[in-house]
Design a protein around this ligand. Structure first.
Ligand code: FAD
Length: 318
């Protein structure tokens, strides 16, 4: 294991992590490492965005002015990934993939970032591990026989299936509208309307339900799932249980509390405690991106957090 001392180690190569790396690089820092558990950067975008998905800068209607140097614009899943490929290529940031960080330990003035079989040493650390590493799952048990038909992304979907999408936010609506082109789709949401989704998605789902491409079951709670003749039987509190080929949950993600607490980062109301510069209770250890948000978060917000952290490390503290 290398004994190299990095100036900066960033845990998680999503938008916030890439921004922290690139903004620090632009302010003159070298020896920066981005550590990513997946096979490439931006695992959330790769796994949870459907192909050709429209990517909005002002996600969920939150208008965000970009503070930093990364000029991110509206686009698609593919153009957004190309954009991040390009900016990583242009700035010499070391990206180490297939490496899951277990925890961070402060040893004297420096950090040891613990990974399988060793550690990476760094002067500063930024944690940007997002919330989608652990997508929210239902409270009830999923019977083993149907586990493969219950998913949290669209990866396993094919064509001509009867599918239930569970949830009513932007992800659920986008999944339902996308899937209905080639499948028989029902969306099930515990509220009575789709007001949590952005205006474009609200319009899309209204059209799809009006023209019959998507059936909506609103104000209903799922009590559990059962296996029946190779299908997933969905048990609703309102009765009318029905069988589906597949059920997709799009109900958000969870703060990775165990990771944060094992690294000594204080948590309050489900979020890591940090000051206005995103520095935690541990000096030189920062948090950014979705993990700092109660829910939601966006690419543009993550980019701004990365810029703020770079400024704090390289300008304000000098
Ligand atoms: C379906 C869907 C659609 C969305 N659409 C939009 C949109 O149109 N516009 C928009 O602005 N936002 C959108 N968002 C939100 C946006 O994707 C997030 O706000 C953004 O990705 C958060 O960036 P982040 O860097 O904080 O975390 P993430 O993007 O979640 O990145 C975290 C990274 O950390 C890695 N990681 C996690 N744990 C570890 C570990 N222990 N060790 C090493 N690596 C680790 C993960 O693999 C991942 O690559 C959408 C989200 C979803 C789910």
């Amino acid at each position: 294991m290398s004994e190299k001392m990095y100036q900066l180690a960033i845990i998680g190569a999503g938008p916030a992590g890439i921004a922290a790396a690139v903004e620090c690089y632009l302010l003159g820092m070298r020896d920066i490492i981005l550590i990513e558990k997946d096979e490439n950067h931006n695992a959330t975008i790769r796994k949870f965005y459907k192909d050709k998905k429209r990517v909005d800068k002002d996600w969920k209607g939150q208008t965000v002015e970009l503070d930093g140097n990364i000029r991110f614009l509206d686009g698609t899943k593919e153009s957004t990934l190309d954009f991040f490929d390009e900016i990583l290529e242009k700035h010499s940031v070391e990206l180490r993939t297939h490496t899951e960080v277990q925890k961070i330990v402060k040893t004297g003035d420096d950090f040891e970032v613990m990974i399988a079989g060793g550690s990476v040493k760094a002067k500063h650390v930024v944690v940007t591990i997002g919330r989608m590493g652990k997508p929210n799952k239902p409270d009830y048990k999923i019977p083993t026989a149907i586990k493969k038909q219950v998913a949290y992304t669209l990866d396993s979907c094919s064509e001509g299936e009867k599918i239930m999408v569970v949830g009513g936010g932007d992800s659920a609506v986008e999944y339902a509208v996308d899937l209905c082109e080639k499948n028989d789709v029902t969306i099930c949401y515990r509220r009575e309307n789709f007001r949590r989704a952005n205006p474009t998605n609200q319009k899309d789902i209204a059209e799809a339900t009006e023209n019959g491409s998507v059936r909506a079951i609103m104000g209903a709670n799922i009590l559990g799932l059962e296996a029946e003749d190779g299908k997933v039987k969905v048990l609703l509190d309102e009765g009318d249980d029905e069988c589906y080929d597949r059920v997709i949950y799009a109900i958000g993600g969870t703060t990775p509390s165990a990771f944060l607490t094992s690294s000594g980062i204080e948590i309050e109301d489900g979020k890591p405690v940090h000051d206005e510069n995103y520095e935690t209770n541990i000096k030189e250890l920062y948090v950014a991106g979705d993990i700092t948000q109660e829910s939601g978060g966006s690419i543009a917000l993550g980019l701004n957090h990365g810029f703020a952290i770079a400024n704090h490390i390289l300008k304000e503290k000098k």
